[in-house]
Design a protein around this ligand. Structure first.
Ligand code: 3EB
Length: 330
């Protein structure tokens, strides 16, 4: 049974995937379009705009000027705030975001706990309660040793805040370290009124089954998510992980090649044709700014014409130099 008001899904099936694109417009012009679900600016130079749909992502882009990222849907969008949480919804899709100061919540674990608990509570009251994709940006992600590394504390708090939220399957996700205000935790998500289908990578141990050496709390995420209408694949942060191990320590080009093999394995696992095209926006998170030109050059050769936004970001395992995520339309 379909729930809620609109009956259009009963006839047309699940809503068409949001259109995700990199655009050189200014934020105000994109936000003025009635079907805009969210707009993202990157780095310290991003404008300050007072709109719940506007996000300043605390990652510096290696391109200047950096494009904005726009999410657009097929119906008019409503938006609002609920305490610190901001949201927008339209056409069966929901965007929700929280930015917390870890110091107000007892540190990285406490902040992750509160962020996920608040998102869960908000989503519970919505028609669009199927969470498909989550992004997490944490300061100083690799600081601290072993189980006290800040990413591991984030994983502890995330699991505690989620409780049994994702007992029936995890959403796709990204978790990346930023270099802005170190105590800032930013979490945002895409949800839908319809369930998607999670996709795992046969080359990789599922993240929630990672062995103890990677932390007390295994990270809860799916490698990718097919959106409800089966017309797009949301691809999680994908690094040079094979099995559960990090591959090619210290070798940027080999890590990038391994990522491309992982991405192709994911597409095959999702039943999609191989390769990326000019419609599918990707992001490359690069740990060392000095590596950015090399990453750009290698991706230009290996993924010609594919829009890839290069951002400075730290993969949650300190030996990993680069990670890709993004979208693929069917
Ligand atoms: C990996 O394959 C790399 O904790 O949400 C990728 C995507 C990674 C999401 C997360 C972590 C997360 O394990 C790390």
């Amino acid at each position: 049974m379909l729930e809620g008001c609109g009956s259009r899904w009963a006839e047309a099936g699940p809503a068409r995937a949001p259109r995700i694109s990199y655009r050189m417009n200014d934020a105000a012009a994109l936000l003025a379009e009635p079907d805009t679900l969210a707009v993202f600016g990157f780095g310290a130079g991003a404008a300050a705009v007072d709109d719940p749909r506007w996000m300043r992502v605390p990652l510096e882009a290696f391109d200047a000027p950096a494009p904005l990222e726009a999410w657009q849907v097929d119906d008019p969008v409503q938006h609002g705030r609920d305490g610190a949480l901001r949201w927008s919804a339209g056409g069966g899709w929901l965007f929700a975001a929280l930015e917390l100061d870890e110091r107000e919540h007892g540190g990285p674990a406490g902040a992750a706990h509160v962020a996920y608990a608040q998102l869960r509570e908000f989503i519970h009251g919505r028609h669009e309660r199927q969470v498909l994709r989550i992004w997490n940006y944490q300061g100083a992600i690799n600081q601290g040793e072993n189980d006290a590394e800040r990413y591991k504390l984030f994983c502890d708090g995330r699991a505690a805040g989620c409780g049994d939220w994702f007992a029936n399957g995890y959403p796709a996700a990204t978790a990346i370290g930023h270099h802005a205000e170190p105590h800032l935790l930013q979490v945002y998500l895409l949800a839908s009124s319809q369930a998607g289908s999670a996709v795992e990578n046969p080359r990789q141990v599922s993240a929630w089954r990672y062995p103890r050496q990677y932390g007390r709390t295994a990270p809860g995420f799916a490698r990718a998510m097919r959106l409800p209408a089966q017309d797009a694949l949301a691809i999680s942060g994908t690094a040079a992980v094979v099995g559960h191990a990090s591959a090619h320590e210290g070798d940027l080009a080999a890590q990038l090649e391994e990522i491309l093999v992982n991405l192709e394995a994911l597409l095959a696992s999702a039943g999609m044709p191989a390769g990326f095209d000019t419609h599918a926006p990707l992001k490359a998170y690069v740990r060392h700014p000095a590596d950015a030109p090399r990453v750009r050059e290698l991706l230009k050769q290996r993924l010609p014409g594919v829009p890839v936004l290069l951002l400075q970001g730290d993969v949650c395992r300190s030996e990993l130099l680069v990670e890709l995520d993004g979208w693929r339309y069917a």
